[in-house]
Design a protein around this ligand. Structure first.
Ligand code: NAD
Length: 329
């Protein structure tokens, strides 16, 4: 089913939505159907900037497209996505998929009934620094993640767990092939009315442990993940786009891509530690995500983060947040 032309529009053209417009209006595989935003001044400004149509109503946009990107505040996702799905449109929904798991479940059921696909914008899954991991067999035993960001009002309509931590929950669920067994979590409110700093520890059925810290009260941005498994340690700095891998190999085992950093012979162990820093091919993750959406609509690919994955990340995030609230009160 190659070369199908899809008509795609964008709902919500604020901070992030304008970038969806930029990529989709420049894409020559699809026909761009224009935008809808309840803020008409904003919609008109973006329509002029990208030379596209600002529709008067959501219905008007839906009458002119096959699929939409929903980039409105999280609290509006469920209602808008429902209207789009009921109109038979494929939906790309920015993360988190919805505010509640019940809303996400309802969207998944409606999408199945209406034979449309849901993709969720967990963009970090496409972070170029994660790509080299595809060349290694991963079986993490311990994962440590830190995501810190300076405070901005945007995003504070939801707690830090649904705003920032959910990115890492999604990555962790994609790395660990086992159900979550139990969760421990704590957090505090500092500047907003909801939780601004959170720490969670997930233990999976297979024994893997993940520790995640997220804060939106930081001076500098930090986005780091460390993955430990038998004979392997990976450290990734998402901001620097730096992936470093340490492995234990047999002393006589050669790997042309790796540098030997230490021999363990002195400890009576015929092994060595090797280090590598794979080249990272930089690309625009949002453009890649939207290309994946277009190819999935056309039947040439599958969403990297489908509705179920978005729902599962939300489920863990909500459990973490509820536990934090229980702990606080
Ligand atoms: P924003 O406030 O800058 O923009 C939201 C836009 O939606 C505004 O222009 C607003 O007028 C419009 N809007 C509000 N209600 C609407 C409605 N009912 N119908 C149509 N338009 C409506 O917000 P943002 O920072 O662009 O965030 C939007 C979404 O993207 C949120 O869900 C957020 O979590 C997500 N987001 C994801 C990432 C990521 O890394 N993937 C990063 C930032 C934001």
């Amino acid at each position: 089913m190659a070369n199908l032309i899809s008509k795609i529009g964008v709902i919500g053209v604020g901070h992030l939505g304008q970038h969806h417009v930029k990529h989709l209006s420049n894409n020559n595989v699809i026909s761009f159907s224009g935008i809808f935003d309840v803020d008409t001044d904003r919609a008109n400004k973006i329509a002029v900037e990208y030379n596209c149509n600002a529709h008067d109503s959501l219905n008007d946009l839906l009458n002119n497209c096959d699929a939409v990107s929903i980039v409105t505040p999280t609290l509006t996702h469920a209602k808008i996505a429902e209207q789009c799905i009921m109109a038979g449109k494929h939906v790309f929904i920015e993360k988190p998929i919805t505010k509640t798991v019940a809303e996400a479940d309802r969207l998944l059921n409606l999408a199945a009934e209406n034979n449309v696909l849901i993709q969720v914008g967990h963009i970090e899954r496409l972070n170029p620094a994660l790509i080299p991991l595809k060349n290694f067999e991963l079986n993490p035993k311990y994962i440590e993640v830190q995501r810190l960001a300076p405070y901005t009002v945007r995003g504070t309509d939801v707690p830090v767990v649904l705003d920032l931590m959910i990115h890492d929950i999604d990555i962790i669920l994609s790395l660990v092939n086992s159900p979550v067994k139990n969760i421990r979590a704590s957090g505090v409110s500092i500047l907003s009315d909801s939780v601004d700093i959170a720490n969670a520890r997930l233990r999976f059925e297979n024994g893997t442990v993940a520790s995640i810290t997220s804060s939106r009260i930081a001076r500098d941005k930090v986005r780091k993940i460390k993955i430990f498994q038998k004979d392997m340690y990976v450290t990734i700095d998402f901001l620097l786009g730096l992936t470093e891998i340490y492995r234990v190999l047999e002393a006589d085992q050669d790997d042309p891509d790796a540098l030997e950093t230490a021999s363990l012979e002195a400890y009576g162990n015929h092994k060595k530690i090797v280090y590598e820093k794979p080249d990272i091919n930089q690309f625009d993750a949002l453009e890649m995500e939207l290309t994946n959406f277009i190819q999935s609509i056309n039947g040439n690919d599958k969403p990297i983060v489908n509705g179920q994955a978005g729902r599962d990340a939300l489920d863990v995030a909500v459990k973490i947040h509820d536990m934090i609230l229980d702990d606080i009160h």
